[in-house]
Design a protein around this ligand. Structure first.
Ligand code: ZN
Length: 48
């Protein structure tokens, strides 16, 4: 049993999107508004 396996069991840290204040995974595009590093890189169809 390796001690490093404990880190795998942890939940991923979530950051708060500065654009829509929704929780998102760091270094990933925000799934709520599609923004990443101040730019909109995805088109999220919220009213589709
Ligand atoms: Zn967002």
């Amino acid at each position: 049993m390796r001690r490093a396996y404990n880190s795998v069991l942890k939940l991923p840290q979530l950051s708060t999107c500065p654009h829509c204040s929704a929780p998102y995974v760091p270094h990933r595009v925000c799934p709520a508004c599609g923004h990443y590093k101040g730019r909109q890189v995805l088109t999220v169809q919220a009213f589709a």
